[in-house]
Design a protein. Structure first.
Length: 329
C-alpha cells in the first residue's frame, strides 16, 4: 500500500503521515473483511473497540516525554502538569491553553475548525468542482432517515470533513455561534478512519456511531451562516463521545441540549481516544472556504490515498482547532 501525505497549513510543507496500526488496518479491511464477514463485524463492534482502546491507551507510560515527542505532542500547551499524564489515554484526552495556543481569527464572521485534524472540503452540488457524492458518506444515511426535514435544508450545500488521528488533541470545539435546534445520537459500528479503510469501505462514516448537533446561527449573537450541522463520528478504539460544553475554559462542562446557545470556539465534546471524524454541513451559498484549503486539496505532486482511491485530487490540509475554515457569504 502506498504512503499517505498531507500538507501542513502553517508551512505549506508536504508531510508523510506515519499511519498508526497501518498493517493491522490492511489486514482487517482486506483479508478479514473479504474472508469472514462475521469476524469483521465483531472486530468493528463497540465491544472490540473499547477492548482495543483499553489495551492501547490505559497501560502506564514508562517515558511520557519520549512518547509525546514520538507523537509530535507539545506538552507545554497542556493545562495539566506533564507528570500527571501517565497513560496514553490521559495524553490524548489532555486539556490545552487553547486561548493562547489556538487563538480565534480576527474576522468576526469566521467559521472555525472544530478540531486539530486533517481536513477535506466538499460540495453536495453535482456541478461543483468539489462534488464528492458517496465517497466518504451517504448524506441521507449520515443525518438519519428519521430527520428528512433537515436533509432538505442542506440540499446542494457544502461540507468539511475533519480526520482526527490518535495523537491529536481530542476535544471538539464549536465552529460557530448559535442556538441548538436539534441534538441526537445514531447507533452504529466503529470503522477505522485510516485512509486505506475509508477507501476500501462504501460510505463508512454513515455506518459508524455518531452524534448530530444542528445549530441555527441566524439568531442574536450568532455567526450568521445559516443552519449548520455538526456530526461527530466515532471510530476504531473510540469508546465514547462525551458532551462537555463550557462557556469558559473547561469549567462547568454541560451536556449539549436543544435550546442552548453555543459560543464560537468553546470546548463542546471529547472523544475517548483513538481516531475519529467530524463533519460540518452548511446550507448552499452561505460560506466560502479558505482559499489555501481549496488550493491545497488540488495540489499535484502529493501522494494521497484518497486521490488514488477515489481517482480525483483529494489532498488533506493539517488544520488547528479554532483556526479559519471559512467566511460567510
Amino acid at each position: 500500500m502506498p504512503q499517505h501525505q498531507y500538507i501542513e497549513r502553517d508551512s505549506g510543507a508536504v508531510v508523510t503521515e506515519q499511519l498508526l496500526g497501518d498493517r493491522m488496518v490492511q489486514l482487517l479491511y482486506h483479508q478479514v473483511r473479504e474472508n469472514s464477514s462475521a469476524l469483521f463485524r465483531l472486530l468493528t463492534s463497540s465491544w472490540s473497540s473499547q477492548l482495543l482502546g483499553a489495551v492501547n491507551f490505559d497501560r502506564p507510560l514508562l517515558n511520557r516525554q519520549g512518547f509525546a515527542a514520538r507523537c509530535g505532542i507539545d506538552l507545554e500547551e497542556c493545562l495539566d502538569p506533564p507528570h500527571t499524564l501517565d497513560t496514553a489515554r490521559k495524553v490524548f484526552e489532555r486539556r490545552i491553553r487553547y486561548e493562547q495556543c489556538r487563538p480565534l481569527p480576527d474576522e468576526p464572521a469566521a467559521v472555525v475548525s472544530p478540531a486539530d485534524a486533517r481536513v477535506i472540503v466538499g460540495s453536495l452540488q453535482e456541478t461543483d468542482l468539489f462534488f464528492l457524492k458517496d465517497k466518504f458518506f451517504s448524506f441521507e444515511e449520515l443525518i438519519g432517515p428519521e430527520r428528512s426535514f433537515w436533509r432538505h435544508r442542506f440540499a446542494n450545500g457544502d461540507f468539511a470533513l475533519f480526520r482526527l488521528t490518535p495523537d491529536k488533541y481530542h476535544y471538539n470545539h464549536t465552529p460557530v455561534a448559535g442556538k441548538v435546534v436539534d441534538f441526537y445520537s445514531i447507533d452504529g459500528a466503529y470503522h477505522c478512519c485510516n485512509p486505506a479503510a475509508v477507501v476500501s469501505m462504501v460510505t463508512p462514516y454513515s455506518k459508524n456511531k455518531r452524534v448530530v448537533t444542528l445549530i441555527d446561527t441566524d439568531v442574536a449573537g450568532g455567526s450568521r451562516v445559516g443552519l449548520v450541522a455538526m456530526v461527530e463520528v466515532v471510530a476504531l478504539m473510540i469508546g465514547d463521545i462525551v458532551q462537555a460544553y463550557s462557556d469558559q475554559g473547561y469549567d462547568d462542562p454541560r451536556q449539549v441540549r436543544v435550546g442552548m446557545f453555543l459560543k464560537k470556539g468553546q470546548p463542546k465534546s471529547l472523544y475517548r481516544p483513538g481516531s475519529s471524524t467530524d463533519i460540518l454541513f452548511f446550507q448552499p451559498g452561505r460560506v466560502r472556504f479558505a482559499a489555501d484549503l481549496l488550493e491545497n486539496q488540488l495540489r499535484s505532486g502529493v501522494v494521497s490515498r484518497f486521490t488514488q482511491g477515489f481517482e480525483k485530487p483529494l489532498v488533506e490540509t493539517d488544520i488547528k482547532v479554532r483556526s479559519l475554515l471559512a467566511l460567510n457569504n
